[in-house]
Design a binder for this molecule. Structure first.
Ligand code: HEC
Length: 253
């Protein structure tokens, strides 16, 4: 019995290490400064609003964000009227109506972000067979989170001498395996900013990443705030218990 266990353990260790050896090659991530990091971290709302503009004008052509509703934008500083205008620029298919027909109407704040494609097949057909993943939770679903995303967007490069890039694939330093089916989406000045912030590739990628981090975890500030309150509570409670203990045990010792 013991032998069998040891053997299995040994086999697992070998399989595991050989799997690790096969991990696809990618450049080490360059760390950025993010306002939401640390226990008192908060969102940079101006940056998130600019990032939303980048998403709307560039990424939304191919990527859905199914977990977001237009009304959620209130959280990053848009007014209800601005949100109505933003939503109404999109068309949703609703229905069936009284005649059993589906019909088109402008989106409302209570609608989810409208998908760029009608279904997965259309999405693949338009992208050379590759599927553009939904971006609602992308900063949580990729190792490296925000830094990975930032590096990916700024990490397109000329193909290295002798590297083997597949048909319709693009060379990217940070994508595991160094090739990705998404053509470089952002360049210097791809999106115009209204607030005078420089719109070079790094800034566009930075703002976009801030937007996607907020989208994946809109309650981040609240979570940190409650964390601090909880820690303070336990500190005060700890001190209180200590003095209570001294007092109660005074007669005994
Ligand atoms: C022309 C269509 C198109 C546009 C525009 C586009 N993407 Fe993509 N994206 C794709 C496709 C296709 C894939 C799948 C790539 C693959 O599987 O190799 C992808 C994959 C991704 C991934 C996943 C990478 C991974 O680790 O698997 C991220 C993140 C991403 N895109 C972000 C963005 C962002 C942010 C923008 C806007 C700045 C954007 N994309 C614009 C088509 C697009």
């Amino acid at each position: 019995m013991m032998n069998k266990l040891l053997f299995t353990l040994f086999a697992l260790i070998i399989i595991n290490s050989s799997l690790q050896a096969e991990e696809l090659k990618a450049e080490k991530l360059k760390k950025q400064d993010w306002s939401f990091e640390g226990i008192t971290g908060t969102f940079d709302r101006a940056s998130i609003q600019r990032g939303f503009k980048v998403y709307r004008e560039v990424c939304a052509v191919c990527h859905s964000m199914n977990l977001l509703y237009y009304r959620d934008l209130i959280d990053i500083g848009f007014s209800p009227d601005q949100i109505k205008v933003i939503a109404s620029e999109y068309t949703v298919i609703d229905g069936p109506n009284d005649e059993g027909e589906m019909f088109e109407r402008p989106a409302r704040p209570s609608d989810r972000f409208v998908d760029p494609y009608r279904n997965d097949v259309e999405a693949r057909l338009s992208n050379n067979g590759a599927y553009p993943p939904d971006l609602s939770l992308i900063t949580k679903s990729r190792k490296g989170g925000a830094d990975y995303l930032y590096n990916l967007l700024t990490g397109y490069a000329e193909t290295e001498e002798g590297s083997d890039i597949g048909e319709g694939m693009y060379y990217n330093l940070y994508m595991p395996g160094n090739q990705i089916a998404m053509p470089q989406p952002l360049y210097d000045e791809s999106v115009e900013y209204d607030d005078g912030t420089p719109n070079n590739l790094n800034q566009l990628s930075y703002d976009l990443t801030n937007f996607l981090v907020w989208a994946a975890e809109p309650e981040l500030e609240e979570r940190k705030r409650i964390g601090i309150i909880a820690i303070l509570f336990f500190v005060v409670f700890g001190v209180f218990s200590f003095f209570l203990k001294l007092r109660l045990w005074k007669k005994v010792s």
